[in-house]
Write a protein that binds this ligand. Structure first.
Ligand code: 13P
Ligand code: SF4
Length: 337
């Protein structure tokens, strides 16, 4: 008998259950689908998840779409196949639901680059400024934020702030620099960045462009300016996906986490997608945090309803305001799931 099958749920320690062995002959997809029905659970997955997780998800989307879905779902359990800040956002938007994340260690280098106590001190230097935080930040940072944004709606969010107001933008300096260029607003930037989007090589992308002269280079705004300068299109993951479906080009060099290519290939099977190469020969264009989630962990998290995202009431109450403000502006600007 496999260890996992022998243990009763109430004997499981949050720390230890991920080490359980799963019967390798178990049809995980069938089991996950069964658990979904039994528990009225919904699986929300980000585009950077492994393909097999995307294939079993009920909804796949970018950070904005996932937040909208988390807010509107009537499922009893939200299984978040993404990273910690995304699951926290889902919990803030729907605090009465149980939210589980297959691997609690699935964090985010960008969120980690802006610890709330340091940011609090930084913010005190600019008391009259509006704080706009990219949704890729901790729940605690959201309690210090006036309005959130995602890469889909960031321009609309900045434009919604009265012109005479100063703006602090956290935590992504690359997205911030892109927004300064795009909106003409002068913003104070926090010095944070995403480890995945900072590894692309301008030289290697240039070589690829020469090798595939008809390919379009598409990039995520978390990339550095010298990479964005080369791009034919800049957008969030869902905007990049849409662009590849609607554009007449037949091949694309994709400047973001390579997990998105799965949906691009499903949507446009006759087109070619080339992952933009990193500086080194590593697989650094795969997010090491996102990829901590596996189908096995997804199954275990649904079966044992662990690990659960728990937030203090004050964090939910205070942190939610900036997400609600973002969703209101997004709705008015016509952003749909
Ligand atoms: P979007 O999917 O909202 O574009 O965000 C990308 C990202 O880095 C998520 O961690
Ligand atoms: Fe964070 Fe970057 Fe990974 Fe997104 S891709 S979860 S921003 S580290």
């Amino acid at each position: 008998m496999f260890q996992e099958l022998q243990m009763a749920k109430d004997t499981l320690e949050l720390k230890g259950y991920l080490d359980l062995e799963i019967d390798p002959t178990l049809d995980l997809i069938a089991e996950i689908n069964k658990l979904k029905k039994e528990k009225n659970a919904i699986i929300l997955a980000h585009y950077y998840q492994d393909s097999d997780i995307q294939d079993v998800a009920d909804y796949i989307g970018d950070s904005l779409g996932l937040s909208q879905k988390a807010e509107s779902t009537d499922a009893d359990i939200i299984v978040f196949a993404g990273v910690h800040f995304m699951a926290e956002t889902a919990k803030m938007l729907n605090p009465n639901k149980k939210v589980v994340l297959p691997d609690l260690k699935a964090g985010c280098s960008l969120a980690d680059s802006c610890p709330a106590p340091l940011f609090k001190k930084f913010k005190e230097k600019y008391p009259d400024h509006v704080v706009v935080s990219y949704i890729n930040c901790t729940a605690e940072l959201k309690t210090l934020t006036d309005i959130c944004c995602t890469s889909s709606n960031a321009v609309a969010i900045i434009n919604s702030i009265p012109a005479e107001k100063g703006i602090i933008f956290a935590p992504d300096k690359n997205l911030g620099a892109y927004l300064i260029k795009k909106t003409g607003r002068d913003m104070i930037l926090w010095d944070g960045a995403c480890m995945v989007h900072e590894i692309f090589s301008r030289e290697k992308i240039t070589k690829l462009m020469h090798r595939y002269p008809d390919a379009k280079f598409i990039a995520h705004p978390e990339c550095e300016a010298h990479i964005l300068d080369m791009a034919d299109f800049i957008g969030s993951t869902s905007q990049m996906l849409k662009f590849t479906q609607q554009d007449e080009a037949n091949s694309f060099i994709v400047g973001t986490e390579s997990g998105i290519i799965h949906q691009m290939e499903l949507a446009s099977p006759d087109k070619t997608f080339i992952p933009a190469p990193p500086e080194t020969n590593c697989a650094c264009n795969e997010c090491p945090h996102m990829r901590l989630n596996t189908l096995e962990k997804l199954y275990l998290s649904m079966k044992y309803e662990l690990p659960e995202i728990i937030l203090e009431d004050w964090v939910v109450e205070k942190g939610r305001k900036c997400i609600d403000a973002m969703l209101d502006v997004s709705k008015a600007a016509g952003f749909k799931m």
